[in-house]
Design a protein around this ligand. Structure first.
Ligand SMILES: Cc1ncc(COP(=O)(O)O)c(C=O)c1O
Length: 387
């Protein structure tokens, strides 16, 4: 049984250094985010803008609240039509639901698991393009369509920090885009998020929404501010974000090498030619999942069957769903897909050798009817739900 080391972008040294800096910085010494952020919030915003080559980064206390702000300033009101994938975490679409939107769920691509790039839009609609598992959605295509039709495109790049399509980072192609810094992500501050935009008008409205709408004297807002300590912790990591993402890409490459010999049984993650992948999750498709993944799990490989219950099946979304919604590709893919949470594990060399041996035994024996390793009795983890 392999007992895998966890992936930890934060460590005790980093946390105490960040706390010390906040406490000792004469410009701050203040834990809350001021109207437009304290010193460390503003510092983090400048780091993000520089790294992701985007005009404005507005840090907030989660990706979900960032999506709420983006939907609100995009004009989402009761009855607004929102186009999204149903194969995503509920946080992608819940903010629009809260604002009263109706949903048109679009089917997904068989290879990247992202929303299909051709959708039917009209003026005033909102598109939420999620780059799922770390692979960019059809970002440029959706942005072009949105501009042609007078729709607003919001990117949910919570899982895809530093992933690129056509040389631009996920989160920076739409009118607005969001990142997540929750505890599962490539880099994190426990919680946290950012909204990205190249549009000065949206940036102004987002900053107002984050701060009770207090200065705009015209619109409602909430307190979505990030705390200084969170911003300091995330800044420590964001300056080295390329290294964190590179380490996940390297781990994905290791798994690619392990699974490639068994292409008759399993498809490794597809990366479109115009894209780079940031591998939040390493998602595989199996020809006969039920025969393989229970054995991998029994030997300690943390692989989970399926991703999420499509959002149109969740009670909160049902009554808001446009009746014509049908997603046959999604329904099929979810029966074939299994994923390894790349941002949750950090196998050391000896464990990598064990992982490779287990994969060879399980998939090799299925191929050659060889004898497999003795297994533990209990199969622990069927589907772990939304991450
Ligand atoms: C695709 C997606 N969108 C939104 C969220 C919500 O992020 P947060 O927890 O920062 O609100 C997540 C969280 O895992 C996510 O995976």
């Amino acid at each position: 049984m392999i007992n895998l080391a966890p992936y930890t972008p934060t460590n005790a040294g980093m946390l105490s250094q960040a706390a010390w800096r906040v406490g000792n910085n004469s410009l701050s010494g203040y834990l809350g985010g001021k109207q437009h952020g304290g010193y460390f919030c503003e510092q983090l915003e400048r780091i993000i803008e520089e790294k992701l080559k985007v005009r404005h980064a507005i840090v907030v206390n989660s990706a979900t609240t960032g999506l709420l702000a983006a939907c609100a300033v995009a004009g989402c009101v009761p009855g607004s039509m929102v186009h999204s994938t149903a194969y995503t975490m509920s946080g992608t679409a819940a903010p629009a639901g809260l604002l009263g939107a109706k949903f048109q769920w679009n089917d997904i691509e068989d290879k990247t698991f992202n929303m299909d790039g051709v959708i039917s839009l009209k003026k005033g609609d909102i598109v939420i393009a999620t780059s799922i598992f770390g692979h960019p959605a059809n970002l440029h295509q959706l942005r072009n369509q949105s501009d042609l039709c007078g729709a607003i495109m919001i990117e949910d790049a919570a899982q895809s920090i530093m992933a690129m399509e056509l040389g631009r980072y996920a989160g920076t192609v739409g009118h607005m885009g969001i990142l997540s810094f929750n505890v599962h992500k490539h880099i994190h501050g426990g919680e946290g998020g950012a909204v990205l935009t190249n549009d000065d008008g949206f940036a102004y409205l987002l900053r107002e929404f984050r701060n009770h709408g207090e200065l705009s004297h015209g619109s409602f807002g909430l307190n979505l501010r990030m705390t200084e300590i969170t911003a300091a912790i995330i800044s420590e990591q964001f300056v080295k974000v390329e290294n964190y993402v590179a380490s996940r890409r390297e781990l994905a490459e290791f798994f690619n090498e392990c699974f490639k010999p068994y292409s008759d049984q399993v498809s490794i993650p597809h990366v479109r030619e115009t894209c780079t992948h940031s591998y939040y999750v390493y998602a595989l498709k199996f020809k006969d999942r039920k025969k393989i993944t229970p054995l991998l799990r029994k030997h300690g490989i943390p692989i989970y069957d399926g991703y999420v219950n499509p959002l149109y099946n969740l009670p909160a979304f049902k009554s808001r769903t446009i009746v014509s919604t049908k997603c046959p590709v999604l329904e099929r893919v979810d029966k074939e897909l299994a994923f390894i949470e790349i941002c949750g594990i950090n196998p050391i060399q000896a464990q990598r050798i064990q992982i490779r041996e287990v994969i060879d035994e399980v998939l090799g024996s299925n191929q050659n009817e060889r004898k497999i390793l003795p297994v533990r009795e209990k199969d622990t983890s069927e589907g772990q739900g939304a991450i």
